[in-house]
Design a binder for this molecule. Structure first.
Ligand SMILES: [Ca+2]
Ligand SMILES: [Ca+2]
Length: 415
């Protein structure tokens, strides 16, 4: 196995390792403090809603009491932590909650979850069915919308997938292969990535009716669920969502300005990495990166596109170097171009190289770069994945690789 082949293996190991670490860290952080804490509020509420089916008012009154240990995945705990509304005893995220869950490590909730009436939900669904596509869709919806847990999982996967996976994702949704997805097919995906049998049973009873029950369903299929979703619309939705989150992250780190300084970009790069390790990177930055240079939104977007294509990058890197050695900036640039079809700007490349080059040889080894990038890419996915969701994307990936293999012919070497 060549160096970059090992890198791919290491990358997979690192992702697993990081996930395990994160999961452990999350458990450590929330475990003792869960009851009576902000997160505990949601957990206790959710758990009791599900288990005892008691009225929500009684649940909220009982928030401070001890609760049995809930059997919830870390990702579900994260969903409940950020979800700010409850309808029919189920917690939901608003579109604003979803964006916050991507951008923020945790939410410091000062208010209780809002209990929605049927009338309020109807008005949200009406608004969602009339919404126009765009890169401000979720921000326009704000708190005026409902996102279910399974949709949250679905949206998270969209954020970190390369665009080559969009077509396959659509085809998997389009069960009967008629080039459009209807509401019934969309709900099947929800069952695929749903967390448990109990959850699926609930979904069936509440969602098999004619009407739509969440903002995404209303947006894709209309208020009565009668519309069909075409690939073009699906692709646009995925692109817009990626762009919307990128724009918000850019504005967060540029402090609302049109460009971000190179140190802001470095801060964004290191945002989701292990804090204990970061001081050495800041030291690198202080020593090597000149002040007064900035990065535009387009340069930032190109880097985001690249970070969603890391596996393709590893593959193209292997083709570019073909040997067991760290890579210089020129080779790195070329591999990025092959993997994404786009160039990274000089400022972005230079920042990446100077920040992550730990041994000062002006090259990046896989250890120097990929360890940090895998953390970076995981973003809101930093908890252990659902088996359903990873199974779905594993299938998407397998199909992508099969296509790549056909395209590359004999030159193919699996990573
Ligand atoms: Ca279909
Ligand atoms: Ca180096």
């Amino acid at each position: 196995m060549s160096s970059w082949g090992r890198l791919a293996a290491a990358l997979r190991g690192a992702v697993r390792g990081n996930r395990a670490l994160r999961t452990a860290a999350l458990r450590g952080a929330v475990g003792p403090a869960v009851v009576g804490s902000v997160l505990g509020t949601g957990l206790v509420c959710y758990h009791r809603c599900r288990v005892s089916q008691r009225p929500v008012s009684a649940v909220f009154a009982a928030e401070e009491q001890e609760a049995p240990t809930p059997q919830l995945s870390p990702r579900k705990m994260r969903f409940i932590q950020f979800a700010s509304v409850v309808y029919d005893q189920e917690p939901y995220m608003t579109p604003r909650d979803f964006l916050y869950s991507i951008m923020l490590e945790k939410v410091d909730r000062k208010l209780k979850k809002r209990l929605l009436t049927a009338q309020e939900v109807n008005s949200m669904l009406r608004a969602a069915s009339a919404a126009q596509p765009g890169t401000d869709l979720f921000r326009t919806w704000g708190d005026n919308g409902l996102i279910s847990y399974t949709e949250y999982l679905f949206l998270l996967t969209i954020l970190t997938k390369p665009r080559t996976g969009f077509r396959i994702a659509f085809q998997m949704l389009d069960v009967d292969g008629n080039e459009q997805v209807d509401k019934k097919e969309f709900l099947k995906l929800k069952k695929i990535i749903g967390s448990s049998k109990a959850r699926v049973a609930t979904a069936e009873t509440t969602e098999d009716g004619e009407a739509v029950s969440t903002s995404l369903q209303a947006y894709f299929f209309g208020r009565k669920g009668e519309n069909k979703l075409k690939y073009q619309e699906f692709h646009r939705f995925m692109e817009d969502l990626q762009a919307e989150v990128q724009e918000m992250e850019f504005l967060q780190f540029s402090k609302g300005m049109d460009t971000m300084r190179r140190e802001d970009f470095a801060e964004w790069l290191l945002h989701y990495t292990n804090e204990e390790d970061n001081e050495i990177y800041w030291e690198n930055m202080r020593k090597k990166i000149p002040a007064g240079q900035s990065i535009t939104f387009d340069e930032f977007k190109a880097f985001c596109l690249f970070s969603n294509n890391l596996e393709d990058f590893v593959f193209s890197m292997k083709m570019v170097t073909g040997a067991n050695r760290p890579v210089g900036m020129a080779q790195f640039r070329r591999a990025v171009k092959i993997a994404t079809g786009h160039e990274l700007s000089e400022s972005v490349l230079d920042t990446v190289f100077k920040l992550f080059d730990m041994d000062g040889d002006n090259c990046l080894s896989h250890k120097e770069f990929m360890g940090v990038m895998t953390d970076r890419v995981l973003r809101g996915l930093k908890v252990q994945p659902q088996s359903g969701i990873s199974g779905y994307w594993k299938c998407v990936k397998r199909e992508t690789l099969t296509g790549a293999k056909e395209a590359l012919g004999n030159g193919w070497c699996p990573i």
